[in-house]
Design a protein around this ligand. Sequence first.
Ligand code: CMC
Length: 366
Amino acid sequence: MAKVTGLEGVVSAETDISLVDGEQGHLVYRGYWAKDLAVTKSYEEVAFLLWNGRLPERDELDQLEQRMANLRNIPEYICRIIDLLPLSVPMMAVLQTTVAALGETESSTWPPTLQQAERLSAILPTVIAYRYRKSQGLAIVEPDPKLEHVANYLYMLTDHLPDESHTRALNAYLILGMEHGMNASTFAGRVILSTQSDMSSAICGAIGTMKGPLHGGAPYEVIAMLEQIGTKDRAEPWIRNMLDNGERLMGFGHRIYKTKDPRAEALRIVTLNMTGQDPSFDLAIHVENTAIRLLEEYKPGRRLYTNVEFYAAAILRTIQLSPDLFTPTFTTARIVGWTTHILEQASVNRIFRPESVYTGSMPALG
Ligand code: CMC
């Protein structure tokens, strides 16, 4: 019997939220190409699409923007909890603590609601900015209700109105990161919710799943790789050394995509439009091409290509986000997909309870 690992090929739910076609390299959100949404719509518009199944009318969008702006502020007790956490506590753990502490009261835990989804999505960027600025010894920047979600995030982090091209690039990245079928963190969230647990618990589990380097923790490692490589001539020996030692190249490979990840393609174009052919972009392209060639040499037939994290790292570096913020920033995108799946799970709920194959010894019969 083949080894049973990683639930590969197992269908765990029906969904009408997104399609991930790994052979064609297609990603569809509710009937729209994600790559088109990324360059034509705002974070709030695509969040509305995922949560409600259709794009908003103008007045519906205005109302969602208003509601999310009103939900950005961190309650005083949450600020106090965050302040109690030593600075050595990583940002993803701060997010888990905050989300757990924001948990609803016992009487309103089931079923999860769209209001909870909007609230958690609205507040995460404020928590990240609050904690980040405290950790840097900088004054806190209150959210600005006049700014849209993405511009406000950059504003709270930096204390100045962001460059339009930075906002557009981050907006595209966040939209492309919002949703991706039954990825590990979404699955974790759906499993937790399926016990009729609450939205906050499911999101805490999803955040914990997201932070691993095989999932949302990869962009941080991509930057480390690009920095260690440094110049084009060092790319091939560096990559060969990694592969000779049986290491994985971060930002490459995907369980579903057996061709280029469409999100990576879209982000490559966004990065190029923003930076032009600058030296760091040139290096990224060179590393990408070298890695794909060497992966085919070392791992023939595995079809390992660039995934979203490779260009996520390039974009986030170009807009000068600290690498510590890469995975938390990915989280501010994927929270929309998680909460949408949690609402979908609640609407058709049956507890997840797969089986395992026992490979241990048996006691004597009788
Ligand atoms: N570098 C080198 N070899 C690799 C890589 C890689 N990045 N990815 C897969 N392989 C090899 C792996 O060693 C294995 O080789 P062999 O057949 O000789 O044992 C083969 O390809 C199949 O790998 P696998 O572990 O069965 O693949 P998987 O589907 O379980 O893992 C993955 C998918 C994304 C975890 C993996 O490709 C990986 O570790 N990539 C690097 C981390 C990364 O970039 N993660 C971000 C993923 S995209 C964001 C998201 O959607 O979560």
